[in-house]
Design a binder for this molecule. Structure first.
Ligand code: COA
Length: 481
């Protein structure tokens, strides 16, 4: 495990520098870094193995995964793809609630669950059962990171307070997703759209004359899971120096706000005048106190809008996002048959165009409507004009290039058969992700008890009898799953 090796060598050099600092200095000045070889800068010698064959980035990191629904599982799935051993603890007989939510195949784990829990192992433990608590204690001692996204206070009610965990394993990192950070709402349960609304995304999404809108991208759940994964990896890195764990908290409100950063930017710009890149400016609609909803306006300095393409009357996705990027304005004018706009002072400069963006996009749309979105894409990209066809999920599922890169992957599952999922979107050249199907409920209970935690078969039989790993109504009979 690369992380461990680096840590060991650092500890060693620290110990030396305490005992005989001068000697270390002398050694350093005598030996050039290259000759010092293997442990230069505390790092091992560069691997001679081909890229992609030197293990995974997080090999050796052990995760006690207490997550459920989407935000937490997104985080631990990412860490598992990066090589961490992810042990998912689930309630006996029940499991993660998403196993049965939005079920499409009778008796099989839902896509909701399978698509968020790849590359993990599942153990069932009743965390409130005394024997369950014993197993958890062993897991806490064994693992590097505990990740959870229970409602506020739930982990404490299980007896797993930070103080308790830290005493049992001072090296453990305890990472949590909560709806809100400390403050008036800290005790509230939160789901995706609550976070989108409280994090500033909903008030700035939608059309000016319509209600606030939530977006289909799961910026509250999956977005916060991503933030948490970065927090965990950073805490692991810091632990190499400090030797101790820490708490990592990502509030969904904070995560959404972080992703809505440009809208807080605009809130402050309002004090200094209208937001000229918003199309309401060109339409003469006054701005109010808060950042308004901007429809499909571009969030940056280059005006953009969604335009109809050929077939829009029957195909709800026959549209393209078109950006009138200033440096390629001349190419746009030639392409849409308006070469005179290149020199006409009413159109030639970005400030001149801003008040008439709606009309300009109307003219561009007359051109895009004569072509399919892919034809527009090809013609514009040939001239470096940034555009984006509105791809349906069907088109994405069938897109060959996404299959080739492992971003869309087909996975086989014992009870549901083949299904499509999104693979690891983070590509590392020396840590290649392979997507393994999600575990069945409690599939690895026995394996983890015996091989990871060292319980004897006699002890496992006792645990089974006790009801700590089996549903309450059938303690003695139920197998690990
Ligand atoms: N053994 C025994 N009990 C278990 C258990 C196990 N293995 N796993 C969970 N439980 C218990 C918990 O201890 C809790 O019991 P308690 O409230 O009596 O103490 C109970 O199951 C339910 O946990 P909770 O987190 O409250 O689930 P919920 O379904 O009521 O709420 C959320 C779901 C998502 C709203 C809530 O967990 C939450 O707000 N999480 C934080 C924010 C978040 O991540 N939201 C996004 C989710 S995608």
């Amino acid at each position: 495990m690369a992380v461990r090796k680096a840590k060991k060598s650092k500890t060693k050099s620290k110990a030396k520098s305490k005992a005989a600092p001068k000697k270390v200095l002398k050694l350093k000045s005598k030996k050039p870094a290259a000759k010092a070889g293997a442990k230069a800068n505390g790092l091992p010698k560069p691997s001679s193995k081909p890229f992609g064959q030197a293990g995974k980035a997080l090999d050796g990191v052990k995760i006690l995964d207490f997550t459920h629904v989407q935000s937490g599982p997104t985080c631990t799935q990412l860490l598992a793809w990066l090589g961490a051993d992810c042990i998912k603890v689930e309630r006996p007989g029940v499991g993660d609630i998403t196993r049965t939510q939005l079920r499409d195949v009778k008796g099989a784990d839902s896509l909701y669950f399978t698509m968020l829990n790849h590359n993990k192992r599942s153990i069932t433990i009743d965390s409130k059962h005394p024997k369950g608590k014993d197993i958890l204690n062993r897991l806490i001692k064994h693992c590097d990171v505990l990740v959870e996204n229970f409602a506020p206070g739930a982990l404490d009610r299980m007896g797993l307070t930070w103080e308790y965990i830290h005493k049992l394993n001072p090296r453990m990192i305890v990472a949590s997703v909560k709806g809100f950070g400390p403050g008036p709402y800290e005790d509230c349960k939160v789901y995706e759209n609550v976070a989108q609304c409280t994090g500033g995304a909903a008030s700035t999404t939608g059309f000016l004359d319509g209600p606030p809108l939530v977006t289909g991208a799961q910026i509250g759940d999956s977005g916060t899971g991503l933030h948490l994964a970065l927090g965990i990896v950073s805490a692991l890195y810091q632990r190499n120096r400090t030797g101790r764990g820490q708490r990592v908290l990502c509030a969904m409100q904070d995560g959404v706000l972080n992703l809505s950063r440009v809208k807080l930017r605009d809130q402050q710009r309002l004090k200094h005048g209208p937001l000229t890149e918003y199309s309401q400016y060109g339409q003469g609609i006054p701005f109010k106190e808060a950042t308004p909803r901007a429809g499909n306006d571009s969030g940056g300095g280059q005006p953009g809008w969604i335009l109809k393409c050929k077939g829009y009357e029957t195909d709800p996705n026959a549209y393209i996002y078109f950006i009138t990027q200033a440096p390629v304005w001349a190419s746009i004018c030639d392409l849409i048959g308006k070469p005179e706009w290149k020199t006409d002072p009413e159109y030639a400069t970005p400030p001149a165009r801003l008040p008439k963006l709606k009309a300009i996009f109307g003219v561009i749309e007359e051109w895009t409507m004569t072509k399919t979105k892919f034809e527009v894409m090809d013609l514009c990209n040939a001239k470096d004009i940034p555009v984006g066809p509105i791809l349906s999920m069907k088109e994405i599922a069938e897109e060959k290039s996404l299959r080739d890169t492992g971003t869309v992957v087909e996975v086989d599952h014992p009870t549901r058969g083949k299904y499509l999922t999104v693979g690891n979107p983070i590509k590392l050249s020396d840590s290649i992700s392979d997507v393994k199907r999600s575990p069945l409920l409690g599939e690895h209970t026995e394996e983890i008890l015996t091989k990871v935690l060292g319980y004897s078969s006699k002890e496992v039989a006792e645990i089974k009898m006790s009801g700590a790993i089996t549903p309450p109504d059938k303690p003695a009979k139920a197998e690990a799953a």
